[in-house]
Design a protein around this ligand. Sequence first.
Ligand code: NDP
Length: 445
Amino acid sequence: MNFDYDLLVIGAGSGGVRAARIAAGHGARVGIAEEYRVGGTCVIRGCVPKKLLVYGSHYAEDMHDAAAYGWTIETPSFHWPRLRDNVQLEVSRLNAIYMQTLANAKVDLLSHRAEFIDAHSLRIGERTFTARYILIATGARPMFPDCPGAELGISSNEVFHLETLPKRMLIAGGGYIATEFAGIFNGLGVEVTQLYRGEILLKGWDMELRQKLHDAYVARGVHIHTSAVFERIEKLADGYRAYLSDGTLLDTDIILHAIGRRPNTDGLGLDKAGVATDAHGAVQVTAASQTSAPHIYAVGDVTNRVQLTPVAIKEGHAFADTVFGNMPWVADHTTVASAVFSQPAMASVGLSEDDARAAGFALKIFRSDFRPMKQALPGGAERSFCKLVVDADTDRILGAHMLGPEAPEIIQPLAIALKMGATKADFDRTVAVHPTAAEEFVLMR
Ligand code: NDP
């Protein structure tokens, strides 16, 4: 059979664009369908604009601390529309680079929504295209709670475009997105309440870091309301009223839902192509990202394996090399480092202490709790924390964890050491770079 394309990719986010570009480089005729903007969640309304807002938010504390370093800054003021618009300019610049990358790779951009007609055909806009292989890379979207008035809230999609900076904000969720935006808007001077159904933010992370981050947020003025969810939300003449499951009423100007993300598979017509999904709507795949239809693959958040951009990129790259480059490999989902761009930031690679114990390891735990040097002059009370989880039998480092300024930058190179199987003795014989925060990792005894 003659196909229009060797590969059609649905979704021009991180995973889809990488797969399209690499497959085209291997000589495949490739088309990519995108209903919104090329770049996907990470570039358009996730990692990139979020990180820029984190930078913007940090100036408040930097200017506060500047006085102790001899600077006089007369009454600083903050103009949200300027930050918002500058962030969007950068997003547009990156969006253009992504489009150029596709054009350079001779990938056809089909700027419409795609839906399966049958196992080899997609309706894309008004037209129908066929392909030998199809890659589903449609990502995920924010979930809303199931309560009356939930739609009165916004999600992380809208938060980047707020017309004005609210005085009060209620952020639901205790995960990455809720915690990052709580830090951002708290830094920008908004009165933030974070509503979490559990007790300590960021389930899944090392408990000591969670507790310290939670305490740091409280100390920085974030009101953390735990062990409750929304019962209903009402519009007031001025703002919103949230009725919580514990009987509390909370009035606020904006409600941001950040309670997880759901794979984008609704209405894709996967049943027409014989592609199986799980109970969460995620496309089920093998380690090689192959779906239940052998010529259809899926990568990234839509598969709900590890919802992180660099993982989607690896999966997309592995798929393209394997299917079109005659170079089979699979993305490795073990020892994936990640960071929460909270304030202070938190980052980890490997096992938390609890997970390591649950896996049956006998452990040695090393900790360093210290005041970041930059705080010596301003005299801030916030401390940084580093932790190593070590296998007592083999001396191997099972987990490295950090809370504090630059934690994501420090954990990234440590991830290489863990991938290589580094032992505590390897860390010990490494000479420190002094004075840094990172040196704590080679000085723990
Ligand atoms: P997360 O899974 O990180 O957190 C979801 C939060 O919502 C959890 O605290 C969870 O509680 C809570 N929750 C889930 N369902 C409900 C419900 N029905 N009612 C009330 N609360 C609920 O999701 P996010 O939306 O924050 O982010 C999605 C994913 O995107 C992340 O998991 C991460 O993989 C990725 N991401 C990564 C970032 C980074 O690398 N820096 C930044 C942003 C996102 P509980 O803890 O009890 O389960």
